[in-house]
Design a protein around this ligand. Structure first.
Ligand code: NDP
Ligand SMILES: O=C(O)C1=N[C@H](C(=O)O)C[C@H](O)C1
Length: 242
């Protein structure tokens, strides 16, 4: 049983996580939203779960390190500077950052790494995602995670090979590029497809999140797993032993 602190209490995920804690094996140590005392929350939590906004990351990391408690970061829309800050904090406490806490996406990333690595020559990788109308970042954190998996399978760096937001006279696709396309609308919890397009054939590897309870469950599994772990940066693959 873990005493869990939630950052981003009033959001869709904050609410879903609180609901998943209720009646389960863990307890809610407390929860904060924008402008509230995250350091105080860290002091009374065994582990923190952050589903808020990139602008909150620095103070959340600071609070976790100050209190010496592990932190699971589900917030997406992170940039390079955020990842550097996470690496620094992970020297002091255990930090798990992931664009998707679900078991299915963690397995999908593995399949993508293998397929993109095995089919490197003549197979183009395109990643398509769709989310609800309120989502503010694109490509989704999951799309980027899947892009990283494809890049890792091919032994290339993702930033140097990404084609994002194509519009207008773009010219032909670059060889070896990993393309991203984002759709927004309705109440879609999260859909991702990784397309490997070859000569006269395509492989499509997809994941559909039917609602956000699966992200909440995965976050609780990851957070409980983090308690007692050595400082360092962890992933859902570590949690699930994949
Ligand atoms: N990794 C995963 O598996 C998943 C990740 N996500 C990601 O999680 C994040 C949250 O998603 P969602 O719940 O849908 O978004 P919401 O916008 O519904 O919720 C975010 C909440 O965090 C609050 N917030 C903003 N800044 C701070 C702050 N400094 N401190 C504390 N709280 C703050 C917001 O307040 P206000 O509205 O006032 O700004 C809001 O209440 C997104 O980045 C999303 O992409 C979502 C689902 C799964
Ligand atoms: O904002 C969301 O809702 C989601 N965000 C995550 C992402 O950016 O990939 C995970 C999930 O797809 C839902």
């Amino acid at each position: 049983m873990a005493a869990i602190g939630i950052i981003g209490r009033d959001g869709r995920m904050g609410q879903a996580i609180a609901a998943a804690i209720e009646g389960g094996e863990h307890t809610l140590a407390g929860a904060v939203d924008k402008g509230e005392d995250v350091a105080g929350l860290a002091d009374r939590s065994e582990v923190l779960i952050d589903f808020s906004a990139p602008q909150a990351l620095e103070s959340n990391l600071h609070a976790a390190v100050g209190a010496g408690v592990p932190l699971l970061i589900g917030t997406t829309g992170l940039e390079e500077a955020h990842h550097t800050a996470i690496d620094n904090a992970a020297r002091a406490v255990a930090v798990l950052q992931t664009g998707n806490t679900s078991l299915g996406v963690t397995m999908l990333a593995r399949l993508v790494r293998e397929a993109a690595g095995a089919l490197a020559q003549g197979w183009d990788v395109e990643i398509v995602e769709m989310h609800h109308r309120a989502k503010v970042d694109a490509p989704s954190g999951t799309a980027l995670l899947l892009g990283e998996a494809a890049a890792s399978g091919r032994g290339i760096d993702l930033p140097g090979h990404s084609e994002r937001g194509r519009d207008g006279h773009t010219g032909a696709r670059s060889e070896g590029a990993i393309g991203f396309a984002s759709l927004r609308g309705g109440t879609v919890a999260g859909e991702h497809s990784v397309i490997l397009a070859g000569e006269n054939e395509r492989i499509v590897l997809s994941h559909v999140a039917e609602d956000r309870t699966l992200f909440a469950r995965g976050a609780l599994t990851g957070a409980a797993w983090l308690i007692g772990k050595q400082s360092g940066r962890y992933s859902m693959e570590d949690v699930l032993g994949l």
